[in-house]
Write a protein that binds this ligand. Structure first.
Ligand code: ZN
Length: 303
């Protein structure tokens, strides 16, 4: 599943390519036809990510996308339509399109391939959303209810240097405080708490495993039992890891300088390395199911 860094990259790319320009919105597959009709022919004003959700603001209407396990957005267009070709679940790469333009000078999109839930067009290209868990148009009160249920997102601490407008209850400089408050109320294992989007938004399976390993935290420790120092260190660690993910476009928690003694291509300390020796202590890395997701950790040096 795409973790928060992918959604922040997606928001930035939609901001670059669509915000402030007239867009056309359709639903070639048909399942988002009514929503597309509400968004079509307008000018999006702002795109933002909060955890694993994307919101595109058009005045009183807000387009909400959650990619879920399988969702992805592909981008195709002319030389002014630059950016990552696909964001989300892995897809086959396509050759750049042969650009043809209609009488208004707009790039003519290729016929939709597969089940395209939403197609966004602007003068210079188009983006296709496939396979999302959520694709909906929200009113402002509905949007406010959705974000009020989300925990703080470490990636919003930087981008939220903007004025504290539009009813953002958390995610700004108080992100750590909000995270600490939410953990203190819960007896669930910290590994489960990190996956709960109402406690912290944007963390998925890889960042959870890798941050707990680097902070030497036992994944089964009750969330409320973490010391204030551990909570702060974990928050900072996740912020660094997520920001690296935004910059690099991949999750690389094992830095090349740490990996070089082993396999320079290896990107993770513990995620999907069960049964092999821990790079820090030599114990055999473990995996178990927790709430239906695989949890990777080192029984030797965590806790
Ligand atoms: Zn270890």
């Amino acid at each position: 599943m795409p973790e928060g860094h992918t959604l922040h990259r997606l928001a930035a790319q939609i901001e670059d390519l669509f915000v402030g320009r007239l867009w056309r919105v359709s639903s070639p597959q048909g399942r988002f036809a009514a929503g597309a009709g509400r968004l079509d022919g307008r000018v999006p004003q702002r795109a933002e990510a909060w955890g694993k959700q994307l919101f595109v603001h058009l005045g009183a209407d807000i387009w909400q996308v959650h990619l879920g396990l399988y969702g992805a957005v592909s981008f195709r267009g002319d030389e002014h339509f630059a950016g990552a070709p696909t964001l989300g679940a892995p897809r086959a790469r396509l050759e750049p399109p042969t650009v043809r333009r209609d009488e208004d000078g707009w790039v003519i999109p290729e016929p939709p391939r597969g089940a395209v839930r939403a197609r966004l067009r602007t003068e210079h290209g188009w983006a296709d959303l496939r396979g999302p868990a959520t694709c909906a148009v929200l009113s402002v009160p509905e949007y406010e209810r959705v974000v009020a249920r989300l925990g703080p997102d470490p990636l919003r601490e930087q981008s939220d240097a903007a004025p504290p407008d539009e009813g953002r209850p958390h995610g700004g400089p108080s992100g750590l405080e909000a995270f600490a408050r939410r953990l203190a109320r819960r007896r669930i294992p910290i590994a489960q708490a990190l996956m709960d989007q109402s406690i912290i938004a944007g963390v998925g399976n890889i960042y959870r495993a890798e941050s707990l390993f680097l902070e030497r935290l036992d994944p089964s420790l009750p969330a409320a039992d973490l010391s204030a120092e551990s909570v702060a260190a974990l928050w900072r660690r996740l912020g660094v890891q997520l920001r690296d993910g935004v910059a690099e476009g991949v999750i690389r928690t094992l830095r090349p300088e740490d990996a070089s003694r082993h396999d320079p291509a290896r990107r993770h300390w513990v995620y999907q390395h069960q049964g092999t020796p821990c790079l820090r202590c030599g114990a055999v890395l473990a995996v178990r199911e927790l709430q239906g997701r695989s949890l990777y950790w080192c029984p030797g040096c965590q806790g």
